[in-house]
Design a protein around this ligand. Structure first.
Ligand SMILES: Nc1nc2c(ncn2[C@@H]2O[C@H](COP(=O)(O)OP(=O)(O)OP(=O)(O)O)[C@@H](O)[C@H]2O)c(=O)[nH]1
Ligand SMILES: [Mg+2]
Length: 437
């Protein structure tokens, strides 16, 4: 991997050429990372290692410093830095990966002290997003997040922008390098935001919005790799991509799901993670909007994860939902991957989450019960309407039939009297036909 002019080094996409899911057995990884973390007490580095694996980087060692907060200048304290240097040499590491977001100063000092490139958790996550983005919108969103991250740190911009056709010649008189970088980045960010607005406004999105306006929407949310896409497939008979890697799904996918005869839309979208870079939340605003506008959330939690892992996952999901403004939406907790659990684990889960549904997207276990539960929960979100629709308004009637599934109707001389249950925003649309029940 090339080191940028700024000395910054991150896993690149090119290296993921052959086996994007990790490293082939026996093949020596080009990037071998020593994973380091600062934590008051025990810290689990398995998630950072999982992130690195997804990014195509091997983890060759761990180092944890027990302190209340990272050292402000160098992340690790001075003594630990020497230890890290020795550990990196012993493990033949050529990269240091930190489990937190570093300030530019911490990163620079640590790089200098260790003589090795340093990447932080945010950089790794952003890089994975960059590699997994497929749609035009996804790519723009990721580039925006990366630029904003770099702008905040005033580094890593120059080589990036040169490739984009900015760079030499665009520098204004008397500007320092950093001022130029920042100006270029801001220009590019503005361009990206404009393009994103445009992309979000394309016809496809508008169509999806129309559909969503008419049908109750259920959004699958949860930690990355929890099994959201697998559950979508199992419930709707779809074939959405599923992989044992983090952030496989970035673009939202919508499928129709019939619940008790009523068509609903089931949305699968980007997963969450602890310490999710806020630039990503910001850049993925349009995508996350799908979640915010749902009638009901299905929170998929990996039932096969340990209690400690589940606590981290639950907390991250709750925090992220708050952050995107979906914290108050009704929610059903689903414990997935039930096929991996023994009796003891099942009992423990049920005891801890008495209200949760135990399901397996692989064996189909619990899916019937889940559908019944969704039906009941959706009923709470629906409004009863009592309408008199004139015969001339056949279109409205057809639409009502389409969305409401079962409706009770009676033909009268003035028109059709209809009693139905519809999503709240749809009730407004039919308000002009409303009559007393
Ligand atoms: N045994 C078992 N494995 C499952 C089940 N559901 C999902 N998995 C596995 O868990 C991994 C992640 O599944 P996905 O459905 O891609 O998870 P996701 O939540 O969509 O993940 P991202 O899109 O990456 O955030 C895959 O390897 C799946 O095969 C299940 O019910 N049982
Ligand atoms: Mg997925």
């Amino acid at each position: 991997m090339e080191r940028g002019r700024n000395g910054r080094s991150a896993p690149t996409h090119a290296q993921r050429g052959g086996d994007a899911n990790g490293l082939l057995e026996g093949q020596r990884a080009r990037q071998r990372a020593l994973c380091v973390a600062v934590a008051p007490d025990g810290e689990d580095l398995s998630e950072l290692e999982e992130l690195l694996r997804t990014a195509g980087v091997a983890s060759v060692g761990e180092l944890i410093q027990h302190r209340d907060a990272p050292h402000p200048n160098s992340y690790l304290g001075p003594g630990k830095v020497s230890e890290a240097k020795a550990a990196a040499a012993a493990a033949d590491a050529n990269l240091i990966a930190c489990d937190d977001e570093l300030s530019a100063r911490q990163e620079r000092n640590l790089e200098q002290a260790l003589g090795l490139p340093v990447v932080d958790r945010t950089t790794v996550i952003l890089d994975i997003f960059a590699a997994h983005a497929n749609s035009a919108e996804g790519k723009l969103q990721v580039e925006l997040a990366q630029l904003e991250y770099n702008l905040a740190r005033m580094r890593g911009l120059w080589s990036h922008l040169e490739r984009l056709g900015g760079g030499i010649g665009t520098r204004g008189p008397g500007e320092t390098q950093i001022e130029t970088d920042r100006r270029l980045a801001r220009d590019r960010i503005a361009t990206l935001r404009r393009r994103l607005d445009h992309v979000s406004g394309t016809r496809a999105v508008q169509r999806a919005e129309r559909e969503r306006a008419a049908l109750p929407t259920i959004a699958l949310v949860g930690y990355t790799n929890a099994g959201k896409s697998t559950l979508l497939n199992a419930l709707t008979g779809s074939d959405v991509g599923v992989r044992d890697r983090l952030f496989h799904t970035l673009d939202p996918t919508t499928r129709t799901l019939r619940i008790a005869g009523r068509p609903t839309l089931l949305i699968d979208t980007v997963g969450f993670i602890s310490k999710l870079p806020h630039q990503l939340v910001d850049a993925f605003g349009a995508t996350l909007e799908e979640t915010r506008r749902a009638e009901l959330l299905v929170h998929v939690l990996d039932g096969s994860a340990s209690l400690e892992q589940r606590e981290v996952m639950e907390r991250s999901v709750a925090e992220t939902l708050e952050e995107i403004g979906a914290g108050a939406l009704p929610r059903v907790l689903v414990l997935g991957k039930a096929d991996l659990l023994d009796e003891h684990q099942r009992d423990e889960l049920q005891l801890r989450h008495p209200d949760a549904m135990l399901v397996s997207g692989h064996t189909g276990e619990g899916l019937e019960d889940l559908l019944e539960r969704l039906e009941r929960e959706l009923l709470h979100t629906l409004r009863p309407v009592h309408l008199l629709v004139p015969y001339a308004d056949g279109g409205s009637l057809a639409e009502l039939h389409e969305v409401a599934g079962e409706v009770s109707r009676e033909d009268t001389p003035e028109g059709v009297r209809v009693d139905a249950l519809v999503p709240a925003h749809l009730a407004q649309r039919f308000a002009r036909f409303a009559i007393a029940s």
